[in-house]
Design a protein around this ligand. Sequence first.
Ligand SMILES: Cc1ncc(COP(=O)(O)O)c(C=O)c1O
Length: 337
Amino acid sequence: MFTGPGKRDEELAHAVEAGVRVVTVESPGELRRLARIAQARGRRQAVLLRAAVSEAARLERVRLVGDDGAGKFGMDAADLRGAAAWASASPWLELLGLHAFGASNLLDAGALAAHVESTVSAGRDLAAAAGFPLRLVDVGGGLGIPYEPHEEPLDLRVLGIRLAALAGRLASDPATAGSRVLFEPGRFLVGPAGAYVTRVVDRKRVGEDHVVILDGGIHHLLRPALVGQEHRVRALTGAAAAPGSANAQRFPVTVAGPLCSGLDVFAQAALMALPDPGDLVAVLDVGAYGATESMPFFLSHPLPPEIALRGGEAWVARPRIEPETWLDWQTEGPASR
Ligand SMILES: Cc1ncc(COP(=O)(O)O)c(C=O)c1O
């Protein structure tokens, strides 16, 4: 599948030539470009149309957008109807259905199921209005993972019951008997598999507060600053990680990085035994939206190596990269006279 706003012509052409199963189209203009590209290659390309979803609703309940505007993704209701009619009439496009990524990191199975149900019903309405058979409804990602200590995992049993009931309703209705519902899970599959390991450089009291400064920060792991959510932090070495440390006294600790930015904080009041300078600590759940979502060049610290683990065996998947590497890419420009 090929999804995302701003697909360039070369990318669409590659997708068509490679026989990508379905292209999710984000605008009427993109739909026309894709049709031209498919026609030029004598191919018929399967497509989904992406519905705009209220940005405000992305973190909570989900609502498809009518005419009230939204973020940058997808089409509003009027454009969706026009695009569906146009795609249905095009010999170069095969319209399969609707895509709506309207939920992000949801831990509430009921809210996620409600997003799926409302997207399916919007897909059904669109198919009925434009007169095409609804074959696919893509509900995007959104299966959440617990980041903070008080959060509970998504209840898959509740989600399963709701989805099974929905599947039953789809199967018993001739208009949707051939329809499939698709998730695109991202963080749920890989988020808990990654940890960001960094070393304590300094520890101090500032007034009443305990502050721990690390040698890594938001340049390697931007997410806490980007979405305002703290990750769990664990000591890996030293007295704070020693057997029996579970009984050690815990303090609220500000855990922060070395950058000259007040945003460079992983946790404001992580409750933990105090780690010492030299200890390693792990910031958990960074297998998704970790290094690749960050801003590695900010303040020219080294890029961290990535260490992979499989079956108890560890290897360097990507080496540490020193700032000299990208500073050496810079050119000096024409010599000044
Ligand atoms: C189109 C699309 N599908 C799926 C995902 C994965 O989402 P999640 O990590 O919430 O499961 C993303 C993430 O941005 C996305 O843009």
